[in-house]
Write a protein that binds this ligand. Structure first.
Ligand SMILES: NC(=O)c1ccc[n+]([C@@H]2O[C@H](COP(=O)([O-])OP(=O)(O)OC[C@H]3O[C@@H](n4cnc5c(N)ncnc54)[C@H](O)[C@@H]3O)[C@@H](O)[C@H]2O)c1
Length: 338
């Protein structure tokens, strides 16, 4: 629930690319926030900033222009570490786009610097603000499915020209590794993965993961940059049926197990499921990035209960991604220490 903030926080965006332009658009109109400017050495290619005087080529120029309470780090993943350290030095709270960093070691350095200064910070796992996943998690919490048997995610689509510095595991599968653990309420314990390189780039462009959560629930995930159509789906299978969240359209559907028995089947002696009613929920469609920025603004304003994705959760996603890459490299199941 968003409260009307009383603080007037000066906020900036670092990087005006595919993601940063949306952060800039929203921050320029967010109650409780004054837009202090944006930094991008390539300029404002998407015309995201209304006042051209607020577009800077370097972070130093932005910091020289006035005080800053919060900044969104929407830079290529390899740039997160140096920029987060510079922001921490300047005492600025930060929302860092996912993945938190390109490696666990980088992520730990970022976290140490932020903690040393006691700054508010969060990670941009924006899927957690998608209405379909929020509703799915709520229904699981209410026990709609009974026991959970499986969490399965699919995130496939064409290659986005923008990504150069990391492969599909760190760029995209970090969403899924975060989602499976978040919706089922348990950390990832083991992963077993396969990757493929099909487009001649240095990093993998397809990954399949089978894994198990610490609660013993199995999960699987398929992610690629090779599929001509875009799918973003999370499916949870349980005792009473299946919930399917489609995050592109923000839809959630409950497929209930059937209660009708048939004398047609020859396998009636076996305990199994049949098809029952399907319910598509009517959900309020709020823009996930806006909800994410509202939560971060509230955190910076002093609300310690603001529903942000924490640095520890961002680190867990990077750690899981590294375990996935290690598993694919070694051809073995990898255990993630608790
Ligand atoms: N949450 C999501 O769903 C989501 C989606 C896409 C990207 N992302 C993340 O957002 C980040 C940015 O991705 P993108 O797709 O916007 O990339 P992008 O390449 O479109 O944009 C990055 C921008 O940063 C600028 N830049 C590079 N170095 C800079 C520096 N030192 N200071 C300031 N600007 C600099 C570039 O000129 C470019 O305009 C990545 O971490 C990515 O993983 C998150």
């Amino acid at each position: 629930m968003t409260r009307t903030p009383t603080a007037n926080l000066r906020a900036a965006v670092l990087g005006l690319g595919m993601m940063g332009r949306h952060h800039a658009r929203i921050l320029q109109a967010l109650p409780g926030v004054t837009f202090a400017g944006a930094v991008d050495p390539a300029g404002d290619r998407h015309d995201a900033v209304r006042d051209p005087a607020l577009v800077f080529a370097t972070l130093e120029q932005l910091l020289d222009s006035g005080p800053l309470d919060m900044a969104v780090v929407a830079l290529p993943t390899e740039e997160h570490l140096p920029t987060a350290l510079a922001l921490a030095d300047a005492g600025v709270g930060m929302l860092i786009e996912k993945p938190l960093a390109a490696s666990t070691a980088d992520a730990e350095q970022i976290i140490a610097a932020i903690h040393r200064r006691g700054l508010p910070a969060a990670v941009g796992h924006v899927e957690r603000f998608n209405p379909s996943l929020l509703a799915l998690r709520e229904k699981l919490g209410e026990g709609l499915l009974g026991d959970v048997f499986l969490v399965a995610t699919e995130r496939v689509g064409p290659f986005p020209e923008r990504i150069r510095d990391v492969g599909v595991v760190k760029d995209l599968a970090t969403h899924d590794l975060d989602i499976v653990s978040w919706v089922a309420g348990a950390p990832i314990a083991t992963v077993s993965a396969q990757t493929a390189h099909r487009t001649g780039r240095p990093h993998e462009d397809l990954v399949l993961v089978n894994g198990r959560l610490a609660s013993d629930v199995p999960f699987n995930t398929i992610v690629d940059w090779l599929t001509p159509t875009k799918t973003r789906r999370t499916r949870v299978l349980g005792d009473r049926g299946m919930l399917v969240a489609e995050t592109v359209t923000a839809d959630l559907t409950f497929y209930e197990n059937g209660k009708v028995t048939s004398d047609w089947s020859s396998s009636q002696a076996l305990r199994g499921v049949s098809e029952g009613n399907a319910t598509r929920y009517a959900l309020a469609r709020s823009e996930p990035i806006r909800s994410e920025l509202e939560a971060f603004r509230d955190l910076v304003a002093g609300d310690l209960d603001a529903p942000v994705v924490t640095l520890a959760q961002g680190l867990a996603a990077v750690r899981s991604a590294e375990a996935v890459l290690e598993s694919a490299r070694r051809g073995e199941t990898v255990r993630i220490p608790a």
